[in-house]
Ligand binder design. Structure first.
Ligand code: XIL
Length: 351
């Protein structure tokens, strides 16, 4: 039995509750693995916090750096929760990164009430410069824009998502945001981050094409963009297009842009119920996804959107209709590693 196989057996037994969790990794990772942490849960749940200390190279705030939480009103700036997460990461010798300056889901009401384009631009630039400057040198980089591609570009007959920023500033809000981020922290790795970039079908082909065209337009205008983040919310009911993903990775590379996996998890609401079959589905999906990415070259880093099934947006936003608990993340609700953690460990160690 090779040590990898033995580890699989041990992990399987641990996942089934027969053995304690794996104490440490077999081989060092060549690609860093990280996870997003919920700052509000860090203090109340020490075991949750410890899981990140033990298993992550990078720990980033899941929500605390989003616009509406940092600046809920024009007068109030609340850096405390994000400061805590970034300090926690750095104190434990880990890196961190920021998400996100521009996101339709985190635009505060007071901003949406601004009608004047010049005022909106001022507020956006001021926000990015102030926040970027505060965390300068502490974060590897930023998702500068998050989810700017239209959800279904073919059906909607548009490239960009209809958001406050698009309606008020037009497509130029994207270069405005990237320029402000670069001026605040010139060495930060600046990314465009988006979802639904890995599946099969014309809708997803179109989304990949739009991302590439945004990158080219920024570059043509001499605006720095360093990376594209694939969120990697993998749906059990959608097919991953291995060839298209490989092509997309090569196309980005040809443009000199890095590929990051930024929000990996599994949405298993439409898959056969039961821990074993949900975990099998998840492991197969994650394997296919990573194999497709790694076939050209490894991504820069792999980040999962949380670590434990105990806390995940999937439980809240896409619960299983049959009421069975969802199993989106690499550790289960009791903080035991699941097969897809083992698989990540092996994949990131063997590039
Ligand atoms: C989600 C968080 O996980 C939740 O805790 C929060 O309430 C809403 O945002 N795509 C993204 C992430 O880019 O920022 C979202 O995170 C999940 C989907």
């Amino acid at each position: 039995m090779t040590s990898l196989t033995r580890r699989s057996v041990i992990a399987g037994a641990a996942a089934a509750g027969l053995l304690p969790a794996l104490p440490s990794r077999a081989a060092p990772r060549k690609v860093p693995f990280g996870a997003a942490i919920q700052s509000d849960l860090m203090n109340g749940d020490p075991a949750y916090r410890q899981l990140f200390v033990e298993h992550c190279d990078l720990v980033m705030p899941m929500n605390a750096l989003k616009f509406d939480l940092l600046r809920p009103t024009r007068e109030i700036w609340d850096f405390d929760p994000a400061d805590k997460v970034v300090a926690f990461a750095l104190e434990h010798g880990k890196t961190s990164r920021g998400t996100c300056h521009v996101w339709w889901g985190a635009t505060p009401q007071w901003v949406k009430a601004i009608e004047s384009p010049s005022e909106a631009e001022r507020v956006l630039v001021e926000h990015i410069e102030r926040v970027g400057d505060r965390y300068k040198g502490k974060l590897l980089g930023w998702d500068v824009v998050n989810e700017v591609v239209a959800n279904d570009p073919i059906y909607e007959n548009r490239s960009l998502r209809d958001t406050y920023w698009l309606r008020t500033l037009g497509p130029r809000h994207i270069p405005i945001a990237f320029k402000a981020a670069a001026s605040a922290d010139p060495s930060a790795q600046l990314a465009l981050n988006d979802y639904d970039l890995e599946f099969k079908g014309p809708h997803y082909d179109e989304r990949r094409t739009i991302v590439l065209s945004i990158v080219r337009q920024l570059q043509d205008a001499n605006v720095k963009i360093d990376a594209v983040g694939l969120q990697g919310h993998l749906y059990a009911d959608k097919e991953i297009d291995v060839d298209a993903l490989d092509r997309f990775h090569r196309d980005l590379d040809a443009l000199g842009v890095k590929l990051l996996v930024t929000e990996l998890d599994v949405i298993d609401w439409k898959s056969p119920a039961g821990p074993h079959s949900q975990d099998r589905t998840a492991a197969a999906l994650v394997t296919r996804f990573l194999d497709a990415l790694f076939s050209f070259k490894p991504p820069e880093l792999v980040i999962s959107w949380g670590l434990t099934d105990r806390y995940s947006w999937v439980n809240d936003v896409m619960p299983r209709p049959d009421g069975a608990p969802s199993r989106p993340l690499p550790f289960d609700r009791k903080l035991r590693p699941k097969p897809w953690f083992e698989l990540i460990e092996n994949r990131l160690a063997t590039v």
